[in-house]
Ligand binder design. Structure first.
Ligand code: FES
Length: 105
């Protein structure tokens, strides 16, 4: 689901794939791409559940403004995945409610 060749931007310059863990499963992601992009490329569309009603949320604005894409990353809750780059070995978890430091509750 990634654009490899673009008529204006040219060829994809990113080439290094790394492993990240999402809800306990390893997926391949490109180092430096937004976490949200890696998740969408892997077919993952639900990033969190709302605190009050538990409704699923995913990427919305894509520019770091709405916070719909927040997840727990390396034990830190409320990380905006649309503007946070992928790094080797990241552990990403679907955030339930407001999230808690070090765990996903
Ligand atoms: S999608 Fe809006 S802040 Fe990430």
């Amino acid at each position: 689901m990634r654009v490899k060749s673009h008529p204006i931007l040219g060829e994809d310059y990113r080439s290094e794939f790394v492993d990240i863990t999402v809800d306990g499963k390893k997926i391949k992601a490109m180092a430096g791409e937004p976490i949200a992009a890696a998740l969408l490329a892997a077919g993952i569309k639900i990033f969190r559940n709302t605190p009050k009603t538990g409704q699923p949320r995913g990427i919305f604005c894509g520019i770091g403004r709405c916070t719909d894409c927040v997840m727990t990353v390396n034990g830190v809750p409320n990380v905006r995945t649309c503007v946070t780059p992928v790094e080797e070995g990241m552990v990403v978890e679907t955030q339930i409610g407001h999230g808690r430091w070090g765990e996903n509750k």
